[in-house]
Write a protein that binds this ligand. Structure first.
Ligand SMILES: [Zn+2]
Length: 485
């Protein structure tokens, strides 16, 4: 069994003013790609895997068209050159990649591959739970398998499951098909965690669909709210063979359950207005650590990460012993690098990408640390101390997920009562490390109040933007023929 493997993984935020570039991606190739769970399983099953690149990037703004096209050529090169033909395609992707002039980058790549391999070669695509699924992607991929955890801890498990399905298709000579039920609901990912509440109920329903006749796998996709695209929203997606009616009936049950409970998807933790989080931190710092996430400037959901709004609130309210990790500001990092550790500096930080982001003016800030990373993909950083607050600045967008990342930049989490990060829901590592966690409902590219954003391409009506009076007939169930090309 000869398998072609490639993939691309970036979650887009089309509200970010920063366009993503090819250089933002880490190109996982060769042995490193072959060691990932999905390909490992294919190799262990005796497949000959011809791989190109699995391109991965931190979530960011819409990917530039010309940059994307260069990447597509790189990804598909072995396919262009191949003369022997393939029995299957393994295609790990995100599902919410927005490309300038194109829309869904994933659908574009799947279409290119389908053009080359033809209609009788199964394509298996593991996707992120925050994918905005297009009909064309459903039409082009025989197997779609989504993550089942948020925060995500099962990316490689999902790759493994999708690889096993691909092996099954190749061994049985089957050409599975994928069907979708769209649900006219969009929500920030923070509203659907999978360890508790309604999110847990949704995920635990999926095996029931998979028990039905001819069903191979079922997935639920929340969608990525901060992409202005026609296909934004939630969906139940099912892959299988032959008559899938019973499974699709169950999938309809799940869709109806989601719809009926649309107002019950809630934040897992505490969320409050920015100034209230400052007061919360004041109250609880002695019993800390307190971790505050600046949710609208969430780098892990594609925001620019340059807003100094929370820092300004802290400074105004005289809060000390806090660490901000990190504010993205390449201009300030470059300026700091002209000095040495221990120097004092007058500097304005933040607001370097987004006109709506606040700047913060610091006079006589002390340069506590300078870190010059030797790894190209890691940011150069510096730490400024100002009025009892330490501020980690990065010269490129990178989220701080854990205390190890702080260590890598010369900081110890234990030294602070309060940590402010640019996330939405906290990563499992930080949630574990916190005594009190609170989400600040700031304004910006990842505004939790999605009703306040100006969507232009979205298909309407959709909840909650258009209220609750959307009738179920607006649900679209798509059934594709097996001969779909
Ligand atoms: Zn995700």
């Amino acid at each position: 069994m000869r398998v072609f493997a490639t993939g691309i993984h970036q979650e887009s935020n089309s509200f970010s003013p920063l366009k993503s570039m090819a250089s933002d991606f880490y190109m996982c190739r060769g042995q490193e790609f072959r060691e990932t769970a999905g390909i490992r399983i294919l190799i262990d099953a005796g497949c000959e895997v011809i791989e190109s690149v699995w391109a991965r990037a931190v979530p960011g703004g819409t990917l530039r068209f010309d940059e994307f096209m260069k990447m597509v050529d790189d990804m598909l090169e072995p396919l262009y050159k191949d003369t022997k033909g393939f029995d299957g395609v393994f295609l790990p992707m995100h599902g919410a990649l927005d490309v300038e002039h194109i829309g869904s980058g994933e659908a574009f790549i799947a279409a290119r591959i389908r053009e080359i391999v033809g209609s009788d070669v199964p394509i298996s695509a593991p996707l992120d739970m925050h994918a905005n699924i297009t009909y064309s992607l459903v039409n082009l991929c025989n197997i779609i398998y989504g993550y089942r955890t948020a925060p995500h801890t099962d990316m490689f498990d999902t790759h493994a499951r999708a690889a096993k399905m691909l092996i099954k298709a190749m061994q049985e000579g089957a050409i599975p098909k994928t069907q979708i039920i769209r649900i006219p609901i969009m929500m920030p990912g923070e509203n659907m965690m999978t360890s508790t509440g309604i999110g847990k109920d949704v995920i635990s329903f999926l095996p029931k669909i998979e028990q039905e006749e001819n069903i191979w796998c079922a997935s639920y996709f929340v969608g990525m709210a901060w992409v202005d695209c026609y296909n934004n929203g939630a969906a139940v997606v099912v892959s299988g063979i032959s008559n899938m009616d019973k499974g699709m009936g169950k999938a309809q049950e799940l869709a109806k359950f989601v719809w009926d409970n649309r107002d019950k998807f809630e934040y897992q933790g505490i969320a409050m207005e920015p100034l209230d989080t400052v007061n919360f931190a004041k109250e609880h710092e002695s019993d800390g650590p307190v971790i505050i996430s600046d949710s609208a400037d969430n780098v892990t959901a594609g925001a620019a990460g340059d807003n100094a709004l929370m820092l300004n609130l802290f400074l105004k309210n005289g809060i000390e012993n806090a660490l901000f990790a990190a504010i993205i500001d390449p201009v300030s990092v470059k300026k700091v690098l002209e000095y040495k550790e221990g120097d004092a500096i007058n500097i304005t930080i933040g607001g370097c990408f987004d006109n709506d982001s606040e700047k913060s003016v610091l006079e006589n800030a002390v340069i506590k640390k300078i870190n010059l990373s030797l790894l190209a993909e890691m940011p150069k950083s510096c730490v400024l101390s100002y009025n009892g607050i330490d501020i980690l600045l990065f010269d490129k967008r990178k989220p701080v997920f854990d205390t190890e990342t702080l260590k890598a930049h010369g900081l110890s989490f234990e030294d602070y009562n309060i940590l402010v990060v640019k996330q939405g829901y906290l990563s499992p590592e930080l949630l574990e490390a916190s005594k009190h966690a609170v989400m600040a409902l700031t304004t910006g590219n990842c505004n939790q109040k999605i009703e306040r954003l100006n969507y232009k391409k979205l298909i309407r009506p959709i909840y909650p933007l258009d209220g609750c009076d959307i009738v179920l007939k607006k649900w679209r169930v798509k059934n594709f023929n097996e001969n779909y090309i």
